[in-house]
Design a protein around this ligand. Sequence first.
Ligand SMILES: [Zn+2]
Length: 384
Amino acid sequence: MAADLTCPDCGTVYEAGPDEPWRCGCGRALEFTERPHPQGDPLPLHSLDTSEGLWTFFEFLPIEQHVTFYEGFTPTVEASDWDARFKLEYVFPTGSFKDRGATTTLSRAVELGVEKVLEDSSGNAGASIATYAARAGVDADIYVPADVKQSKLMTIQRADARPVRIDGTRADVTTACLKAVEGDANDGDSTGEGSAPYQTGEGWYASHAWNPAFYAGTMTFAFEVAAQQGWTVPDAVVLPLGHGTLFLGAYRGFSLLNEAGIVDGMPRLLGAQAAGYAPIVAALGGDTTDAEGERTDIADGIQITEPARGTEIVDAIEATDGDAIALGGDAIETALDRLHRNGFYVEPTCAIAPAALEQYRDDGVIDADDDVVVPLTGSGLKTL
Ligand SMILES: [Zn+2]
């Protein structure tokens, strides 16, 4: 039985099904009615069977395992040049952490009997959803910006998904996708009470920004970090911040472990946004451009001006004594060169986190002896 959906704001419950609303009638992103907690203490890593990757943590997940490559349990390695540990999230079937959410989202789609999924993405999430849809035998339409990177487009096409290229801004891509998700039954006014946007159009919205199934998957990032350091948490985690897919997943995962008494306390969650695309930094009252007042387009994976779960991201930052800062193109490019010279072949978007780590140290936000984990989120092989 697939878990039903509920709204954390107004409490409305929606029955699970292929036409379930993609968000609440009040406008808020939906959550599952169930939030499983593990029973008893987890095993130490050396006696944990991790052969099924992130599904090792099935007891924590409100979704049954249906669509998987046994992805996850990515390596965490020392990065002495940065005096930190890097978690290699680019070691996934499609080269990005988005596979954490795609395995759970497509598993949920199978639970619901969905025949076709729709997604909008700047590239990585689309490539991931397309790949897992292929694994599931489910059709997929992926809405992408007209200037999407060729390698990401290829991944989508070769998985026999249909890329739908949309001219305009990243927000225009989302609007076009939602129109197809909702079809004609919704009148476009889906913000009032009782007018939840049911998915009566072309397919089910496998959105990395809105679908709670995606965040169930990204939660496993936190479980792995904790397991890999003997069920403890680092002092801080520094992450790229667009829609907050990994950021909120990390928050939810560490919170669940903390509530269950498995770990003692929470890491500080420190976000990195690109100059000019920094709504969370703005919400916190920080500088949203670089030193010259410019924006940068190098971090194409996080050019999000209206994150679906912005309030939750700010709450997570405040709850963990975290922060968010905006980084300019020079800082990101310098960090990217340094990563590549050290053998970390990653994409530009993910270099923003190590760049932010340096800035946080310079600003005195992170102390020299703090234990810091930084996820490297996407492979350089898909940069072109
Ligand atoms: Zn609501």
